[in-house]
Design a protein around this ligand. Structure first.
Ligand code: 5GP
Length: 192
């Protein structure tokens, strides 16, 4: 998506440790009109799928997921991150290692909001090692629901998550794929 690539070129900041900072339009301040165009693009890419629910992970996936949900006219469920969980049997859980914080945490979704009849589109802001998406797939599998696809705003194509998900036969659509980024020069290159 050219518009998103141009915005990353203009406002993205390359940090050490393979982190791309996009705080000014996606992760802290949010450009909602850009989000609306991203939502329309995801709708176009997944138009043939019988999607009835969007699943994301708190916090930064929620904004994009809401806009996508509007274009599919369906609800959003976000997996909650929690340091220690109260296992009362009413939730599905999985473990995720945070790419940016380098620590492990549990994610949970109430069994009320994920059922075997659901056809889910997973949405997130970034794809790096694929840990967050794999955790969400775990929750969907535990519920007996169907993964219809994965939609990502920014995939870092030089990290293994994208390949891992495509190898599972899941339709993965990333609106921008960063192929390389250099913290010394700030240079960012994209895959087309
Ligand atoms: P993964 O689980 O695929 O390794 O990492 C994906 C998660 O880590 C995303 O939900 C996102 O919040 C965060 N993340 C990964 N890489 C980056 C990055 O370069 N910049 C930002 N802002 N977040 C990232």
């Amino acid at each position: 998506m050219i518009l998103l690539e141009e915005r990353i070129q203009k406002d993205g900041i390359v940090k050490e440790g393979d982190v791309l900072k996009v705080d000014s339009f996606l992760n802290h301040q949010m450009d909602v009109s850009l989000f609306a165009q991203m939502g329309a693009e995801f709708k176009r890419l997944f138009k043939d799928k019988p999607i009835n629910k969007i699943l994301t992970i708190e916090a930064s996936g929620i904004g994009i997921a809401c806009v996508v949900a509007e274009s599919f006219n369906c609800p959003v469920v976000f997996a909650k991150k929690t340091a220690s969980i109260n296992l009362d049997g009413d939730v599905y859980t999985s473990k995720v290692i945070s790419f940016t914080k380098k620590r492990e945490y549990d994610i949970i979704v109430s069994k009320k909001f994920l059922t075997k009849d659901d056809h889910i589109l997973i949405i997130d802001d970034f794809l790096a090692n694929g840990c967050a998406v794999m955790g969400l797939i775990d929750l969907i599998n535990a519920a007996g629901a169907t993964v219809e696809g994965v939609g990502i705003a920014i995939e870092k194509g030089f990290q293994p998550g994208g390949q891992m998900i495509r190898d599972k036969g899941i339709q993965l659509e990333s609106l921008a794929i960063v192929d390389g980024m250099d913290p010394a020069t700030g240079r960012i290159t994209f895959r087309h």
